[in-house]
Write a protein that binds this ligand. Structure first.
Ligand code: FES
Length: 108
């Protein structure tokens, strides 16, 4: 069994040159919200869920993005309601939130 049941990584990359990046699209706020929701739901910790910062995940055109492992499911989000849905449905119950999926071929 793996140490964490699920891991969610948020790209928090900030580009200094004005190019599109997740940090300019609310990533830090979403990360902070996800962390507090996971904690409040009692999902944080070994055998449960870990919320992590990441640098550029190279799917910037779909940004802001986050990815959930071990499923390898990529999400984009607009606001805290989207994060709440990912926490409740995917991180808690293992259901994929179809409406927030990054289209398969969107990259950088
Ligand atoms: S800046 Fe977020 S995926 Fe590249």
């Amino acid at each position: 069994m793996s140490y964490y049941q699920r891991h969610i990584f948020f790209c928090l990359n900030q580009r200094p040159n004005g190019e599109a990046c997740c940090a300019d699209r609310g990533a830090q706020r979403a990360f902070d919200h996800c962390k507090s929701r996971v904690k409040a739901e009692g999902l944080a910790g070994p055998g449960k869920v870990r919320v992590n910062k990441a640098g550029c995940l190279d799917r910037c055109a779909a940004g802001p993005v986050a990815v959930v492992y071990p499923e390898g499911v990529w999400y984009t989000y607009v606001d805290e309601h989207d994060i709440d849905e990912i926490v409740e449905r995917h991180l808690k119950h293992g259901e994929v939130v179809e409406r927030l999926l990054v289209p398969p071929h969107v990259g950088r």
